[in-house]
Design a protein around this ligand. Structure first.
Ligand code: NI
Length: 153
């Protein structure tokens, strides 16, 4: 991809604060930091429409002894099987579990599943992270489990 140079006018105080932030985050230069900011905003913007295709993950922390919670988690995941690629379960200690549900599908369905999982009684911490391949100029696959492009890995 061709690189294009562009100039941005900023007040010096804002730029100073930005430089401090990118230094603390380990950026080698401003350009890379600007690119990341722009990608992040494009990603957020393209997640607005319900029909946009996204990939992501729902991370859940909970105590497996919470009444009915493991059953409800299982039931919801079967209900939304069409947007779930896989689930990773990790037993953190005698009580606590970490479950990561990998998702792929239209934003509205993925968001709905995320909200329902995170909202279950007994979930101590939950977070949905979504990324839109369209924000990076990728051609999206429209259905979970289908892609118009095959590759080995
Ligand atoms: Ni567990």
């Amino acid at each position: 991809m061709a690189l294009v140079r562009t100039g941005v006018a900023l007040d010096s105080d804002l730029l100073k604060r930005f430089d401090r932030l990118l230094h603390s985050e380990g950026y080698a230069n401003r350009s890379e930091a600007f690119r990341d900011l722009i990608r992040d905003r494009l990603n957020d913007a393209s997640l607005q429409g319900g029909e946009v295709f996204v990939v992501g993950a729902v991370t859940l922390i909970y105590d497996h002894q919470s009444r009915l919670l493991p059953d409800k988690l299982m039931e919801l995941q079967h209900k939304y099987h069409s947007v779930i690629i896989s689930t990773v379960h990790s037993h953190l200690d005698h009580e606590m579990c970490l479950e990561v549900v990998v998702v792929k599908g239209p934003t509205d369905q993925v968001q709905e599943l995320g909200n329902r999982l995170i909202g279950l009684k007994g979930i101590q911490h939950g977070k949905l992270v979504m990324s839109s391949p369209e924000a990076y100029g990728r051609k999206p696959a429209r259905h979970a489990g289908h892609s118009d492009h095959h590759h080995k890995h």
